[in-house]
Design a protein around this ligand. Structure first.
Ligand SMILES: [Zn+2]
Length: 238
C-alpha cells in the first residue's frame, strides 16, 4: 500500500531536491576551495578572529575528521571544523568556518530559534520514530473513515509533524548563522568584498540542503494526510 504513484512522486521529488542541493554545495565548495584568501587566514584562524571580535573567549576550536562534518557543539562550547576547512586558507573554508561561528554567536546571545530547536530535538526524534507505525495502523483501520482509524491518524500525523516542525525551525537558525557570518567577515575586514561574494555562494548552497529537507518532510506529511483521507479523493483500494 506504500508503493503507489503519489508516494513515488513525493519520494522522487524529495530525492531530486536533496541531490540537486548536495551537488550545488559540492560544486560551489570545490570552486571557492581554489580561491585563496588574500589575508592568508585559514578556516580556524578566521573562526578565532570572529570569536575574538565578538569578545567570546570560552569557545574551543578543534579539527574533526570527514568532509563537511563541521559543527558547533553547544554542550561543550566546541567548534569542530572538518580538516579541509580547519587548515585551508581559502574563501570556501573561511565561509564554512564563519557559518559555524555564527552558531556559537547565536548560542552566546541566547538566540531563541536555536534554543527552541535544541529543545525540540528529542521530541522530533521520538515522534518521527514511532509515527510511521501509528500511521500504518491508521491506514489498516481505514483512516479517518472509522472512529479508531481517525484517532490513530491524528496521533500519527501529529507525531510525524514534529519532524516537519524541526526541519522548519532549522531554516531560520541556519539562515541567521550565515547572515551573522557574512556580516562579521565584512565588518571585521576578514574577507574583501569580492571574497564575501564567494563565501555567500557557498553558504547559500548549504542553506538549500535545509530547504530541501523541509520540503521533503512537508510533502511526506501531506501525502500521509491524503492517504488517511484527510483531504482529496479516497483511494479505491481502501
Ligand atoms: Zn549551520
Amino acid at each position: 500500500m506504500f508503493f503507489d504513484l503519489p508516494y513515488l512522486i513525493v519520494i522522487g521529488v524529495g530525492m531530486l531536491l536533496s541531490l540537486a542541493a548536495a551537488g550545488m554545495v559540492k560544486a560551489t565548495f570545490a570552486r571557492y576551495s581554489r580561491v585563496a584568501t588574500r589575508s592568508g587566514l585559514s578556516g580556524a584562524e578566521v573562526a578565532q578572529a570572529i570569536l575574538s571580535a565578538n569578545g567570546i573567549r570560552d569557545v574551543t576550536i578543534e579539527p574533526v575528521a570527514g568532509n563537511l562534518s563541521d559543527h558547533y557543539d553547544p554542550r561543550t562550547k566546541t567548534l569542530r571544523l572538518s580538516e579541509p576547512v580547519y587548515a585551508s586558507r581559502t574563501v570556501a573554508a573561511a565561509g564554512v568556518a564563519a557559518h559555524e561561528v555564527g552558531h556559537a554567536l547565536q548560542h552566546a546571545h541566547g538566540y531563541a530559534p536555536l534554543k527552541f530547536r535544541s529543545a525540540w530535538v528529542p521530541i522530533a526524534n521520538t515522534g518521527g520514530g514511532i509515527s510511521i507505525f501509528i500511521i500504518m495502523a491508521a491506514m489498516m483501520l481505514g483512516g479517518v473513515a472509522t472512529k479508531n482509524g481517525a484517532l490513530a491518524a491524528y496521533i500519527g500525523l501529529g507525531l510525524f509533524a514534529c519532524t516537519t516542525v524541526f526541519t522548519l525551525i532549522t531554516l531560520p537558525v541556519e539562515f541567521d548563522a550565515s547572515r551573522r557570518a557574512l556580516m562579521t567577515l565584512e565588518a571585521g575586514g576578514i574577507l574583501r568584498s569580492d571574497e564575501i561574494h564567494g563565501a555567500r555562494s557557498v553558504l547559500n548552497a548549504a542553506a538549500l540542503t535545509y530547504v530541501a529537507a523541509f520540503v521533503t518532510s512537508l510533502l511526506t506529511l501531506l501525502y500521509y494526510a491524503w492517504r488517511l483521507g484527510l483531504f482529496g479523493q479516497r483511494n479505491r483500494d481502501e
